[in-house]
Structures are given as C-alpha cells and as structure tokens.
Design a protein around this ligand. Structure first.
Ligand SMILES: [Zn+2]
Ligand SMILES: [Zn+2]
Length: 150
C-alpha cells in the first residue's frame, strides 16, 4: 500500500463519512486535505495552521473535532511520536508500517515489514492474546544523524 496514494480527497472521504451518517463539511474537507498533502506526521496545531492558510475562519475546535471523528472512523491515525512525544496525525495506515523516531532531528520514518504480524501471531499462540492494535515506536538515530555522529 502506498503511504499517500494520490486519491482525490472527496472521492474517499465523502463516502466514508456518509456511510457512517456524517456530512462532508468544509472544515472536515480542509483537515483531510492537510493530512493527505503532508509529507510528515503533524500535530493538531500544525494541521490547524495548514487549514488556516486556506480558510482562516475554521476554528481550532472544529479541527480537533474533525481529527477525532477521522480517528473514530479509522480514516486517520494518531500516534505519540517525536522527541516531545506529542500526539501526531496522519492518514490511517496499517499497524505493520511502524514508526522510527530520530532522537537527534526528530524525523519520523515508516518501516514496513512482517515484524508486527509475527508479534500478533506470537501473542495469539503463546498467550492466547488477540491483539487488535499494535502501536510500535522505535527511537534511535536516522541514517543522516548516525553518520554525523563523531
Ligand atoms: Zn535524524
Ligand atoms: Zn505513520
């Protein structure tokens, strides 16, 4: 799965909202556009700043409510990432694309592999535990920062 597939926001967002009885309002569309077009994981404040560049009338509360709704509908994912461990947002992606956080520059990368699936199987077989959400965050140093180390 591509991380940010270039799909028109309305094409995916509107049916996903309508199916669950929600309308596509302007704040929701702008918040979704901000998430989709971002090349990184954004804090709610950063999402709001991007929304405000397009429409200064959208208030912060609507941005927060839109993000909460998207999370509830599994359209967006909230993770605690970065050196500040703040809550950061992005379009939803599977658990097995987990997060690598650089402690020097704060960059967050995705790593896709079968590790999370292995963990899921191991939990089920060894402990009878049925995991439905695995939020794996690895901290360390990205290749650029590791190289720059003395
Ligand atoms: Zn780094
Ligand atoms: Zn992510």
């Amino acid at each position: 799965m591509a991380y940010h597939a270039g799909v028109d926001a309305e094409a995916t967002l509107e049916p996903a909202l309508q199916k669950r009885g929600h309308r596509l309002t302007r704040p929701r569309r702008l918040v979704w556009d901000a998430l989709r077009s971002a090349d990184r994981h954004l804090t709610a404040e950063q999402v709001a700043a991007r929304v405000h560049e397009v429409d200064p009338d959208v208030n912060l509360a609507s941005v927060y409510r839109s993000l909460a709704l998207f999370a509830e509908l599994d359209l967006a994912r909230e993770s605690h990432l970065g050196v500040d461990n703040a809550s950061r947002w992005e379009p939803a992606h599977p658990d097995d694309h987990f997060h690598l956080v650089c402690r020097s520059c704060g960059e967050v990368q995705h790593h896709a592999g079968d590790l999370v699936e292995q963990l899921r199987v191991q939990l089920r077989t060894r402990q009878g535990f049925d995991a439905d959400a695995i939020d794996l965050v690895v901290s360390g140093h990205c290749d650029r920062c590791a190289e720059a180390q003395p």
